[in-house]
Design a protein around this ligand. Structure first.
Ligand code: G6P
Ligand code: MN
Length: 439
């Protein structure tokens, strides 16, 4: 049985992930679960909820809660990482500062994502070093921490040999919805997909060897990519902001009726629409703080007082996916999953060493990317520009370079002019004083 550490234990996602682990104990046996967070106070509120989830399924799994990296990672076989550097207060800044300048305000796309990247790369590298120092030699870090594309590139540059697999739940959430439309379980779909994290396209959706993408496109062009079934099993991705996001696949497909876009492309292809409908005083960070966060904290409080835990977190593809990936790593299952991985020719006309999102077979030694071939000029160009923006941001972090940060902001498609880029960057330097390396 494995020792599993969760870095970012105080996240409101933790109970859902642990619940997913509990229903899969037969496939992924556990001796111990450890929660680790630098915010011990927050973690101590979430921990009793997590402990209850564990005890409902098992009396034997040891449960440890700590802020000490040595305690957290000593001998660990797996680390699930989900850190949010600066927490929701800083997400709010990531979203609101660009909006003040009329630019998309989003946690991973546009200037907000770049700012979040500047906060997260070095703490993620620190985590890799803790794991290297304390954990089992063959330990894997499975990383959900955002902004995933930038974090992946930062870790590749700074710790090329770290055993980290970067993942995102968006493609698999889309696959769950596709499965619901087609009336088949998502595990039955075999998809082809190319791009970067939060920036890609499905090109084939095979069910029993037959490509169902044309049929899906017709359905989605009419109704978007949200299904009733998904709405029931995934309250997060079916609340109003997300419903809008799933719908925006329609206009993108109307203009470019090939492939099936990742919903996040809305921020790059129709930024004006997005800004027009965003409230600069109340963004997604506020919705999450007032919704998901409050709800779980209230439930934790009620559980403490009454011993009864209200239903306050969801167990969906987010938790199921990370457990699937961990099983494949643990037992060399070679399952095919969409993950973030070094290109190595998978996308023939993108750089060999770019961190891309493609299908890969997950072996015990890591992901083996599947060849997607060369992509059309239009997509290649969009991808190259986004890649350059993200790579320059990583270099800005490593070198402490203002110039490279400004280039990263200027190259981002959500940012209309270099003047916008500079004004936003300067405001962000101010807001991120406690978090960014000095530029
Ligand atoms: C999706 C993305 C994550 C992102 C999340 C934000 O799941 O894959 O990378 O963090 O959405 O959702 P939220 O409900 O916090 O806006
Ligand atoms: Mn994601």
């Amino acid at each position: 049985p494995f020792i599993l550490s969760i870095a970012g234990g105080g996240s409101t996602y933790t109970p859902g992930i642990v619940k997913s682990l509990m229903v899969r104990l037969a496939d992924f046996p556990l001796a111990e679960i450890r929660l680790y967070d630098i915010d011990g106070e927050r973690q101590s509120v979430i921990a009793p909820v997590v402990e209850k989830v564990i005890r409902d399924h098992s009396q034997s799994i040891k449960f440890t809660v700590t802020t000490d990296p040595e305690v957290a990672f000593s001998g660990a076989h797996f680390v699930f990482a989900q850190m949010r550097v600066g927490q929701y207060k800083m997400r709010e800044q990531d979203e609101k500062i660009p909006l003040r300048h009329g630019v998309v305000g989003q946690e991973t796309c546009g200037p907000g994502g770049l700012a979040y990247g500047l906060r997260t790369i070095l703490p993620m590298v620190e985590l890799c070093d803790f794991v290297e120092r304390y954990a089992h030699q063959k330990a894997w870090i499975v990383n959900y921490s955002n902004p995933a594309a930038i974090v992946a590139e930062g870790v590749r540059r700074l710790r090329p040999n770290a055993r980290v697999l970067n993942i995102c739940d968006m493609p698999v959430a889309a696959m769950r919805n596709m499965g619901a439309i087609l009336g088949v379980d998502r595990h039955k779909l075999e998809v082809d997909y190319f791009g970067l994290n939060h920036f890609g396209w499905f090109t084939r959706v095979l069910v029993d060897g037959e490509d169902r993408l044309p049929e899906l496109r017709r359905h989605i062009a009419k109704f978007g990519l949200l299904t009733e079934d998904a709405a029931q099993t995934d309250p997060q991705h079916s609340d109003p902001s997300w419903v809008k996001t799933w719908r925006h696949i329609k206009p993108i497909m109307d203009h470019f009726p090939e492939f099936l876009p990742n919903p996040y492309l809305q921020y790059y292809l129709m930024p004006n629409d997005i800004v027009e409908h965003q409230n600069p005083d109340y963004t997604r960070a506020n919705e999450v703080m007032d919704g998901r966060e409050k709800k779980l904290f209230a439930a934790a409080d009620e559980y403490k007082k009454t011993g009864i835990l209200p239903d306050a977190f969801h167990v969906g593809v987010h938790g199921a996916f990370i457990v699937d990936v961990a099983c494949s790593l643990a037992f060399d299952l070679r399952q095919r999953h969409l993950v973030i991985v070094e290109n190595k020719g998978a996308i023939a006309n993108l750089p060999y060493d770019a961190m891309v999102e493609v299908p890969a077979y997950i072996t015990s030694e890591g992901p083996e990317p599947v060849r997607m071939g060369a992509v059309p000029l239009f997509h290649q160009t969009l991808l190259m520009q986004q890649l350059a923006s993200e790579q320059l941001l990583v270099e800005a972090t490593i070198e402490g370079s203002y110039e490279k940060a400004l280039q990263a902001f200027t190259l981002n498609r959500t940012v209309p002019t270099m003047q916008h880029a500079k004004a936003i960057l300067d405001d962000m330097i101010e807001a991120n004083r406690d978090y960014w390396p000095k530029l």
